[in-house]
Ligand binder design. Structure first.
Ligand code: KIV
Ligand code: ZN
Length: 385
């Protein structure tokens, strides 16, 4: 048991289901539009990584969406494919007609959404929930039900909604933090409260408006959720969703949880999604950013060379990456020596000092690579001959 168990957190080593919504919520990123082929390639990469459930899209949205969901379902065998639906017959039939067995039905439940968007009462919302879940169940679908804007919904009403959803046939409930207003503690408490009231598998779906989506997802799991909804690179509406790579790796590395994900394929998939979504990965992004396993400062490089764990939380190879030593004004002797050793070259202490002085006096913003160091070393050797 971990350090959190005394506080009522779920620290068991249970398996957490990974529900990926890159192709649905991820594609809702402003400016992102995947082509049909790109969607198929992403779905195949997600399946290869071991994703349990792929939300392939929202079939009622357009003909193109309908066809891509249907095609993804027909070529996917290891992951379960799911489609999104509002609480209406047209959406539900669209999902049924794609051939899917798994439907993700949602309706907003907060007063803000009921009054200003749907313009219906709480009672009318409950009626829609009952009717649509019953219809989907009658058609033989597995139903996951989401209460959109759950985290701004009156708590008693939210519990009522989920109880009705379960009674109507939902097999799993999802708690979306639709506008990202939760913090880790409030998320954990919310999930454990719902768990105490309803016996049903719980999923969390966190948005990143305050940069807390990953932390909130993990604390949702500590509160008792058994599923996380995530997107590769954290793409999604506004500031995005919880990042696939951050959530799955931290669940495993620090939270004692298991997932079915093959971490070594994360980087490749992340690059693919970045290219197809047109959204660059920020350099200092955890796990997949260019700098995530790069080291420059002399003290750090010295530590890394002696024992990588001194400055690395996880081995980069675990997530399909490689350690990188960057040469710059913070570099020390170890970095130069590391490059020389790697390239079977030898320099005296004075020569190394000369190279370092050259680097430190370079006021341009240019980033030096191994080749530059080799060239400098060769130049010194030629001059010295
Ligand atoms: O953020 C949200 O509320 C959603 C729902 C459709 C699950 O994406
Ligand atoms: Zn969302």
């Amino acid at each position: 048991m971990g350090i959190y168990s005394k506080n009522g957190m779920d620290t068991s080593n249970k398996r957490v289901t990974v529900f990926d919504t890159t192709l649905r919520d991820g594609e809702q990123s402003p400016g992102t539009k995947f082509s049909f082929k790109e969607k198929l390639k992403i779905a195949s990469a997600l399946e290869d990584m071991g994703v349990d459930i792929i939300e392939a899209g929202f079939p009622a949205v357009s003909n193109d969406e309908f066809h891509s969901v249907r095609e993804i379902n027909s070529v996917t065998s290891r992951s379960t494919v799911c489609g999104l639906s509002r609480c209406n017959d047209n959406d539900i039939y669209s999902v049924i007609n794609t051939g899917l067995n798994y439907i993700h039905i949602f309706i907003a439940t907060s007063d803000i959404h009921l009054r200003n968007k749907l313009k219906i009462t709480r009672e009318e919302a409950i009626e829609k929930i009952k009717k649509s879940i019953e219809n989907a169940k009658k058609a033989g679908l597995y139903v996951e039900f989401s209460a959109e804007d759950a985290t701004r919904t009156d708590m008693d009403f939210l519990i009522k909604v989920f109880k009705e959803a379960k009674a109507s046939g939902a097999s799993k409930i999802n708690i979306p933090d639709t506008v990202g207003v939760m913090n880790p503690i409030s998320m954990m408490n919310l999930i454990s409260n719902i768990k105490e009231n309803i016996k049903i598998p719980i999923s969390v779906h966190c948005h990143n408006d305050f940069g807390l989506a990953t932390a909130n997802s993990i604390f949702g799991v500590l509160g008792g959720a058994s599923q996380v909804q995530v997107t590769v690179n954290g793409i999604g509406e506004r500031a995005g969703n919880a990042s696939f790579e951050e959530v799955v790796t931290s669940l495993s590395a620090f939270m004692n949880k298991k997932t079915s994900i093959d971490f070594s394929k994360i980087y490749k998939t992340s690059k693919m999604v970045s290219e197809y979504s047109g959204m660059e990965i920020q350099k200092n992004k955890a796990i997949t950013g260019e700098n995530a396993f790069s080291h420059e400062a002399g003290i750090h490089v010295n530590g890394i060379i002696n024992y990588p764990a001194t400055y690395e939380a996880i081995n980069p190879e675990l997530v399909g990456r490689q350690r990188n030593i960057v040469i710059g004004k913070h570099s020390g002797k170890s970095s130069i020596q590391w490059v020389l050793n790697k390239n079977n070259m030898k320099c005296s202490d004075e020569e190394i000092k000369f190279i370092l002085d050259e680097i430190k006096s370079d006021n341009s913003k240019r980033v030096l690579g191994e080749k530059d160091i080799i060239n400098m070393a060769n130049t010194i050797k030629i001059k010295g001959d």
